[in-house]
Design a protein around this ligand. Structure first.
Ligand SMILES: Cc1ncc(COP(=O)(O)OP(=O)(O)O)c(N)n1
Ligand SMILES: Cc1ncsc1CCOP(=O)(O)O
Ligand SMILES: [Mg+2]
Length: 207
């Protein structure tokens, strides 16, 4: 198992980190404390800001030797030479794989669905993401999922990502259910000190 396939997966949020300096400072704290992956997730639609911030995060992630994943935007991922996360209506995994190459990390949202998991695995996804498992402040309307799905998708032999409302209190149960990577927004960036939050979560994961 390579290093990015297990551990914490931090997702940025444009409301929690509204300006460049806050975004970079808080992502650096999380990277320094030990995360496996960082996703740039910005729903603002401000193309200039997205390009600038994603480039700054790429330089930071290179420094920490941690992969950067871009949410939704295959063209931006291609320009930066980084990974990509695609939801059910964000475009084709097959096309993204062709454009980004065999080594690129391409993740797929599978919600609570074995069918989505099978399809995404067949199309060349690098990891499968399930959730939301708990009430989420970031995406309250995301379809709910049952932890049992994590055991059911072990047969695809791809890293299983769990997302949605995960924090220090429920991370242990989520890992025990089969998650390899734990994806969080508020559980990391909703805290005053994201580095301390990452250290606590890593401790809780090891228990
Ligand atoms: C790791 C991870 N899992 C799931 C998602 C959700 O993707 P999507 O369903 O496309 O929703 P948005 O994030 O685009 O609102 C994700 N981004 N990352
Ligand atoms: C993007 C996404 N997809 C399902 S839940 C979610 C948000 C996760 O954020 P939080 O960890 O704050 O619940
Ligand atoms: Mg999406």
């Amino acid at each position: 198992m390579t290093q990015w396939q297990q551990g914490l997966y931090a997702l940025t949020d444009e409301h929690l980190m509204p300006d460049d300096a806050t975004l970079i400072d808080r992502c650096e704290a999380a990277l320094d404390a030990g995360i496996a992956l960082l996703q740039y997730r910005d729903k603002s639609g401000d193309e200039g800001k997205r390009e600038r911030q994603a480039r700054a995060l790429k330089a930071l992630c290179d420094h920490y030797d941690t992969p950067l994943i871009i949410n939704d935007d295959a063209a931006l991922a291609w320009r930066l030479g980084v990974g990509l996360h695609l939801g059910r209506s964000d475009g084709s995994i097959v096309r993204a794989r062709k454009a980004l190459g065999p080594e690129a990390i391409i993740g797929a949202t599978c919600q609570d669905s074995l069918e989505f998991a099978e399809q995404s695995a067949g199309e060349g996804a690098s990891y499968l993401a399930f959730g939301r498992f708990y009430p989420s402040r970031t995406k309250p309307d995301a379809p709910p999922a049952d932890l049992a799905i994590l055991a059911q998708v072990a047969r695809f032999n791809l890293p299983r990502v769990a997302i949605g409302g995960i924090d220090a209190d429920n991370i242990d149960a989520t890992v025990s259910a089969g998650a390899d990577l734990i994806a969080l927004v508020h559980g990391i960036f909703g805290h005053d000190d994201p580095g301390a939050a990452v250290r606590r979560l890593n401790q809780a994961m090891k228990r």
